[in-house]
Design a protein around this ligand. Structure first.
Ligand SMILES: Nc1nc2c(c(=O)[nH]1)N[C@H]1C(S)=C(S)[C@@H](COP(=O)(O)O)O[C@H]1N2
Ligand SMILES: [Mo]
Length: 214
């Protein structure tokens, strides 16, 4: 598949001097929490490829399948009945903005993993979203206690734009791996680069190593 991406999503051709100037404004006490080449924003930009999907509660479901002992399919009510936790974290977008101290609420990935029990064969997880969008992660990246299947951020339900009713949040990777409008997780043996990873973004996406592009 070939997609032509809007320049602002590619995060290329950035004005490095401007980023450096914005970075100067990051208050000293938190500067060491901001990865190289990033600046801090208080706003929350909306970025994605394609349209915002409609949410229809009656037909919505969440599935976890593949190399797991106990695959599940949960309807919206069943998903919302799962226990939730709140975590505070910093997020870093490849387009250079970072947002510090966001509070996120949702089902912890650890809880889901306890339910479905990935087998030893499961080395990668593919997030499947509305409209065929995917994102890939190694299992090690989702064992982190901060990884959530989130439906709220900063005290409010997510807006449709930000991924309502469910998005993945993986703060240790660039934000494109935090897939919006999540509908399922597939546990696989071989890695399968996701949508952005096939479109020039780095497979690993560690902001501290500036793994932006391939
Ligand atoms: N389903 C889906 N999720 C997605 C994307 C997308 O195109 N589709 N884009 C990613 C990118 S590139 C970013 S930077 C973040 C942006 O999330 P935000 O709009 O809540 O800031 O969503 C990520 N999740
Ligand atoms: Mo992004």
């Amino acid at each position: 598949m070939f997609f032509r991406l809007p320049a602002k999503l590619k995060g290329k051709g950035v004005d490095e001097a401007k980023v450096a100037a914005l970075r100067e404004r990051v208050p000293e006490p938190v500067r060491d929490r901001v990865p190289p080449g990033q600046f801090v924003t208080n706003g929350w930009p909306v970025l994605h490829f394609g349209g915002v999907p409609r949410f229809v509660e009656a037909t919505w479901s969440f599935r976890a399948w593949g190399h797991v002992e106990n695959p599940v399919t949960l309807d919206y009510r069943a998903f919302r009945d799962l226990p939730t936790v709140e975590r505070t974290m910093d997020i870093h977008c490849v387009t250079r903005w970072s947002k510090l101290d966001m509070t996120w609420e949702g089902v912890s990935m650890r809880h889901l993993l306890d339910m479905i029990r990935p087998t030893a064969d499961a080395r990668f997880v593919i997030a499947h979203c509305e409209a065929g969008f995917t994102a890939n992660l190694p299992i090690s990246a989702i064992l982190d206690d901060e990884v959530l299947l989130a439906h709220r951020a900063d005290g409010s339900d997510l807006s449709l734009d930000h991924g309502w009713p469910l998005r993945l949040v993986v703060p240790a990777r660039y934000f494109w791996k935090s897939a919006k409008w999540l509908r399922g997780l597939e546990f696989v043996r071989e890695d399968q680069p996701g949508f952005w990873e096939q479109n020039g973004y780095h497979n690993d996406a560690d902001p501290w190593k500036e793994e932006r592009h391939w």
